[in-house]
Ligand binder design. Structure first.
Ligand code: SF4
Length: 174
C-alpha cells in the first residue's frame, strides 16, 4: 500500500479535472455539469491513487489489489452500461447527453458491479472462444473492457484511444 496520504492540492484537483474533461469530450463522453460535485469526486480519485496506487472509483470500496480492482479503476467497466440505462455512471461523474441537455432526470443508480465471488474470473469479459478465430485474420483482435473499443494488432495498445484505459484492461476478443 502506498503511504503517501497527503491531501491533494486544489491545483492537482483542477489539473485532473481539466484532463478528464478534455478526454471525455475527445471520446464522446460528458462530465457532470456540476463542477464542484465533480471536483469532489476528482479529489477522491486522487486520494485513492495515493492510497492504492491506482484511481479506484471514489464511490466504491477498493480491495487495495489492482488485479481485483481492475473493473473499478475510473472509468470503470460499468460506466457505459449505466450511462445508457440511467443517464449517469454510478458516481454520476459522467452523464449522458440527454442528462446534460436536461432531457432526462437523474435517479438513483443501482450498483452493477457483481459480488466478488461472481467476478473471480474476468469482469466484463466477452467470453469469446479463441478457438473461433477466423483463419484469415492475420492479427488478434483486442477489446477494451471499459468502452468496448476494438483493434486488430499483435498486442493491446498502451492506452485505449477512446477512454484512455491502460493495456491491462484489454482482453483478447478473437
Ligand atoms: S466512471 Fe465508474 S469508476 Fe469512474 S466515477 Fe463513475 S462509477 Fe466511479
Amino acid at each position: 500500500m502506498n503511504e503517501n496520504f497527503g491531501e491533494p492540492t486544489d491545483s492537482e484537483v483542477d489539473e485532473l479535472y481539466a484532463r478528464l474533461d478534455r478526454e471525455a469530450k475527445q471520446g464522446g463522453y460528458f462530465l457532470n455539469p456540476d463542477v464542484e460535485f465533480v471536483k469532489g469526486l476528482v479529489r477522491g480519485l486522487l486520494i485513492n491513487e495515493r492510497r492504492y496506487g491506482y484511481r479506484a472509483c471514489p464511490c466504491r470500496l477498493a480491495a487495495d489489489d489492482k488485479q481485483q480492482d481492475l473493473d473499478i479503476i475510473c472509468p470503470c467497466y460499468y460506466r457505459d452500461a449505466d450511462l445508457s440505462e440511467f443517464g449517469a455512471c454510478y458516481c454520476a461523474l459522467y452523464v449522458s447527453a440527454a442528462v446534460l441537455k436536461g432531457e432526462k432526470e437523474l435517479s438513483c443508480i443501482p450498483e452493477r458491479r457483481p459480488p466478488f465471488e461472481s467476478r473471480a474470473a474476468k469482469p466484463g469479459s466477452s467470453g469469446a472462444s479463441l478457438d473461433a478465430v477466423p483463419a484469415k485474420l492475420s492479427v488478434p483482435v483486442w477489446r477494451c473492457l471499459v468502452c468496448g473499443y476494438l483493434c486488430g494488432r499483435e498486442g493491446p495498445p498502451e492506452l485505449c484511444p477512446i477512454c484512455k484505459a491502460g493495456k491491462e484492461r484489454f482482453e483478447r476478443f478473437i
